[in-house]
Ligand binder design. Structure first.
Ligand SMILES: N[C@@H](CCC(=O)N[C@@H](CS)C(=O)NCC(=O)O)C(=O)O
Length: 223
């Protein structure tokens, strides 16, 4: 069987999540660095989002589905709990982070810096100020969630943590986000501790957002 091929960008948070699963489980994989909107993505993901996976005759899109496939197909420490309660809690946090918090923290806050819709291309101060109350509220929810054990689920590192860490990294790259993260003291400690994991360090992205395929260059860059 060939190595799993992850098609995406080292700069993309969702691509990083899938790469971290490989690193945690010591799965040898190939990252095919791809711009947003590339035909290689559209060939697998109906909306051309990244990452997608190719492994033998298996083709998959959606980071959570890819992570589940990798976790079940390869040896190494499971990243998804199997007992019903922790398994459901991991689902719970992945779902909340991906459906609500990613939109606030990445698609709104981060993009106001790295892909602003302003005519001069400068950070969109209006959008940043408007989203900060939601950024603080959501970091506060996460702060409470990790306060007792230092993990989102029970007392071990799971996919729920993997799914969150690349987002926290991006939030901390800009001043208001860094300040809000530092103010959420449990979450800041959680981030610092898990950011030392080799799966996180080995997937540290180069600076800047993923590029766009040329024929798709009209759309904003989205990490
Ligand atoms: N639900 C998808 C989200 C993937 C996603 O939004 N990826 C971003 C990059 S981190 C992307 O492809 N953005 C480009 C776009 O939305 O056009 C997943 O979990 O894989």
């Amino acid at each position: 069987m060939p190595k799993p091929e992850i098609i995406g960008s080292a700069r993309s948070t969702y691509t990083r999540v899938v790469r971290m699963v490989c690193e945690e489980k010591a799965i040898e994989y190939v990252l095919t660095e791809t711009p947003l909107g590339a035909p290689e993505l559209l060939a697998i993901h109906p909306f051309g989002k990244m990452p997608v996976l190719r492994h033998g005759d298996v083709e998959l899109f959606e980071s959570k589905a890819i992570a589940t496939y990798l976790d079940r197909s390869f040896a190494g420490p499971p990243v998804f709990p199997s007992d019903p309660r922790p398994a459901a809690l991991a689902e719970q946090w992945v779902s909340l982070v991906n459906t609500v918090m990613d939109r606030t923290l990445i698609r709104t806050y981060l993009l106001a810096y790295i892909a602003p819709k302003t005519s001069d291309g400068k950070p969109d101060r209006g959008a940043i100020e408007a989203v900060m109350p939601a950024v603080r509220e959501q970091l506060g929810i996460l702060d409470k969630a990790v306060s007792s054990t230092g993990y989102l689920v029970g007392d071990r590192f799971t996919f729920a943590d993997i799914n969150l860490l690349p987002i926290l990294h991006r939030v901390g790259q800009f001043p208001e986000g860094a300040e809000a993260l530092a103010a959420a003291t449990h979450l800041a400690r959680y981030y610092d501790r898990h950011a030392a994991r080799s799966s996180f360090r080995r997937t540290d992205p180069p600076s800047g957002p993923p590029g766009r395929a040329k024929r798709d260059a009209g759309s904003a860059a989205v990490p």
